[in-house]
Design a protein around this ligand. Sequence first.
Ligand code: PMP
Ligand code: GLN
Length: 391
Amino acid sequence: MPRRPTTNLAALGTTIFETMSRLAEASGAINLGQGFPDEGGPEGVIAEAVRTLREASNQYPPMAGLLALRSAIARHELHYYGLERDPATEVLVTSGATEALAATLLTLVSPGDEVLVFEPVYDCYLPMIQRAGGVVVPVRLAAPDFELSEERLRERLTSRLRVILLNNPQNPSGKVFSRAELELIVRVAQEHDAILVCDEVYEHLVFGAHEHIPAASLPGARDRTLKIGSAGKVFSMTGWKVGWVTGPAELVSLVARAHQYLTFTTPPNLQAAVAWGLDHERAWIGELTRALEDKRDRLAAGLTSLGFSVLPSAGTYFLNLDLSASEWAQRDEAFARHLTEQLKVAAIPLRSFYVESPCCDLVRFCFAKKHDVLQAALGRLSTAVDANGRP
Ligand code: PMP
Ligand code: GLN
């Protein structure tokens, strides 16, 4: 065995999503852990992928992405948010939002730069920031409402702040940031001359009266904001790994510097199919939002009636259980394992989403599943409560 590498990535274990999915498989559990829908994407998009696999080129597409897709992404941003993008210079196609995040952070962050994140923070952010040499600065959003406190935010600010990395709607909390919160974040970015990176992969999965507001659409934000999207989430096909970054030409061209040496490009047929879908499947996207809201409501109501404490979820695929008043307080991981191995329903413990002093009272369920699957999971979970109706 050669000398062991000493990078932070080499020291890491396997992600909690992979760990819980494999445990779910081994235990024969219904997998409400890792976030992926159990119903496929729009037929028209799949048909377009098949057609272009057979009829179009299977060779390297342009590094920045097919112009047809970059143009469709620009139309998508204009239609939903009134954001004007030049497809030639302000849109970059990546291999999923994950690669968009990696390319963005590798490009923007130099050793010692501070990157502000909001806890609970999506799992790939920390290792990526650290690998780039950045210093993670967490600002905690506290359960149950995950509101952003200006005081807590300002306490963490220093002159070394370079990037604010925002996930909105937020995985795993299900939080959707309000206009006032976003205005505060933009103000802080301006005051510190920081770049705002917005991971908005759940942009269409926002429920009820809540509204998705891209930070880039707020006054003064456009020139310093990169917005990241994912076709995997827009079309319920998480394995597709077609993502994008939009923003001012100067910043997008910088991100392309890293992208060209990471994946260089993304399968052309999937790009063509996503381009077709963004233009032709807006009704399908609206229907997906309504269907997911109904699933969220059914799972939340079912869990509440079993005696669980369910936190509100305004968006994403996810809702959380609060264990703080139960005998499982501070033992989210043990609870998730117990559910998976004994009750045969997999969940994700939230401790992996914290930088310092993890919060260990929350477990996340994915509700992007068929009704009968959610019903079966609730049936299994009903045995998790004691005679007094407490988990
Ligand atoms: N960001 C967040 C917040 C996510 O939940 C995910 C998970 N899909 C991603 C990024 C990655 O998206 P993709 O599959 O397009 O790489
Ligand atoms: N985003 C998915 C989730 O939160 C997982 C994606 C992955 O496994 N990397 O469950």
